[in-house]
Design a protein around this ligand. Structure first.
Ligand SMILES: Nc1ncnc2c1ncn2[C@@H]1O[C@H](COP(=O)(O)OP(=O)(O)O[C@H]2O[C@H](CO)[C@@H](O)[C@H](O)[C@H]2O)[C@@H](O)[C@H]1O
Length: 468
């Protein structure tokens, strides 16, 4: 079976968030003697593409409306990834030092057309086409409706929704950019009077998955306008929980962290990493360290942090360290807080993969007060590194973290994303930290939880077989 994943991000080539982690791991775990799982993604102008050498295996032109656009398909000369990866190089549109921008309609539409045009030249077509998020959401529509791609009509295709907040909307005025199709079916592109690639994919894909079972149920109630569509299509929808790449995210071998450790050596290992963080960010080693890593957007509850942090830091019994970027007003507030709590608070506004690994290993608690969390990978990384997650019970967080008050519980959960509930949850964390025997027992227990991709990758294979 040949599976083609089509995505805007893939770790370690290009990462903005969790989409990259999933697309960079799932194919590895799907590959077997019977299965070849491959990735097609855009060719960006970034660190990875600068540091690697590529071969051009195909060149052609696509029509984007009336404009002819040149594209190349590239492969790595020396592929160190554990799956075949193909890069669509469209010099004037995709080859930028960013992944997303304001002209994404043209950028990702040209990417999707180039992928399908190139696939037409293949001797053997793939068995499954697996699309990720709205950037590839017009592919299920084009496979079903575009005259150019009639040869692909029988290939089962899947859409995975990593985040339904973003839908890729663009006005009907631009419909001419999409390759010719039966215009009687133009309604398939529409949702609420505009072209909505995510909605089109939900309508046309053979099956739709979300990255956790709870998120699928929640989307039927709140999906940024797509609730009724997801309810109507629910027969072909299901949730499959993400896994983590337990080779990349392994405290025993992680080359980013200061000291490696396993379940037996976690005390010394976690302490060495915490010490590094305290020295680097001027924090107090003796106090528990609460951390946040992620995009500073409302979905993650980050707008609540300035108030939450002030209230918590006033008590002077903890440290807080934040790594993230996003909303500039929140960024400014978090920066401004630094001068008031020197010695117990710090924030690194930006993106830093290495630092994120050190934080997962050196922090005592990881905060995730998300308003929306389709799956969430951070809590699973935290568990593997022995850092106790403090989460709002929503989406994938609800599916992966059980409160310590329950039988076999190991995390701290709260029901609402409010300042009061988050500060209460932090207080519960401090109480747990002060009970060191209990804290250490839980730390060992969470490191044993297995969230590797093995189970979920198999679930996807079963799904492909069922729709084939
Ligand atoms: N400033 C920074 N510096 C370094 N690393 C940073 C960083 N900000 C974020 N990261 C990293 O990016 C990843 C974020 O993963 P998430 O699952 O939390 O996020 P995201 O919301 O992007 O993904 C969406 O897709 C994923 C995958 O399906 C779902 O789990 C999730 O719920 C959904 O919102 C983690 O690897 C994290 O360490």
């Amino acid at each position: 079976m040949t599976i083609i994943h089509i995505s805007a991000e893939c770790y370690p080539v290009a990462k903005v968030g969790g989409l990259a982690d999933v697309v960079g791991a799932l194919p590895k775990y799907q590959n077997s003697p019977e299965v070849s799982s491959q990735v097609i993604m855009p060719f960006y102008n970034n660190k990875f593409t600068k540091e690697n050498v590529f071969n051009t295996i195909y060149s052609n032109q696509i029509s984007l409306g009336n404009t002819l656009v040149n594209f190349n398909v590239l492969t790595l000369k020396e592929n160190k990834l554990e799956f075949d990866t193909f890069f669509i190089d469209i010099p004037e549109l995709l080859f930028k030092d960013y992944v997303y921008s304001s002209d994404d309609t043209e950028r990702f539409l040209s990417f999707q057309i180039a992928v399908l045009d190139w696939m037409l030249s293949w001797e053997k077509y793939p068995d499954i086409i697996h699309c990720h998020d709205h950037h590839t959401g017009l592919i299920p529509f084009m496979l079903q409706e575009s005259y150019n791609y009639e040869a692909f009509r029988k290939i089962p295709n899947i859409l995975t929704i990593h985040n339904a907040q973003y839908q890729g909307w663009f006005p009907h005025l631009k419909v001419g950019l999409i390759p010719p199709f039966n215009f009687n079916h133009v309604g398939l592109l529409d949702w609420g009077g505009t072209i909505n690639p995510l909605a089109a994919a939900i309508k046309c894909a053979w099956h739709v998955t979300t990255v956790s079972p709870s998120y699928m149920e929640e989307l039927k109630l709140a999906a940024n306008g797509l609730e009724s569509l997801l309810s109507a299509e629910s027969d072909k929808c299901s949730g499959i929980l993400n896994g983590i790449d337990s080779h990349v995210w392994n405290p025993e071998t992680d080359h980013y962290i200061i000291k490696n450790y396993n379940i037996k050596t976690v005390k010394a290992g976690a302490e060495a990493n915490k010490k590094y963080l305290c020295d680097t960010f001027n924090l107090d080693f003796e106090k528990p360290l609460f951390a946040f890593i992620g995009r500073l957007v409302d979905e993650k509850g980050s707008d609540l942090f300035p108030e939450v942090f002030k209230l918590a830091l006033e008590k002077n019994n903890l440290n807080i360290l934040l790594l993230g970027s996003g909303n500039s007003f929140v960024e400014q507030q978090l920066e401004a807080l630094k001068k008031d709590y020197i010695g117990t608070y710090n924030a690194f506004i930006g993106y830093d993969e290495k630092l994120s690994h050190i934080i997962y290993s050196g922090a005592d608690f990881l905060l995730m007060p998300s308003r929306v969390e389709p799956c969430g990978l951070n809590q699973m990384y935290a568990l593997r590194y022995g850092t106790i997650p403090i989460v709002r019970s929503i989406g994938g967080l609800k599916d992966t973290v059980t409160d310590i008050s329950k039988k076999d519980g190991f995390g701290i959960c709260h029901n609402n994303a409010t300042v009061l509930e988050i500060t209460n949850a932090i207080d519960r964390g401090i109480n747990l930290y002060n009970d060191q025997p209990k804290y250490k027992k839980i730390r060992k227990k969470i490191m044993e939880i297995d969230h590797s991709w093995d189970v979920s990758a198999e679930e996807y294979i079963k799904l492909y077989n069922s729709i084939n």
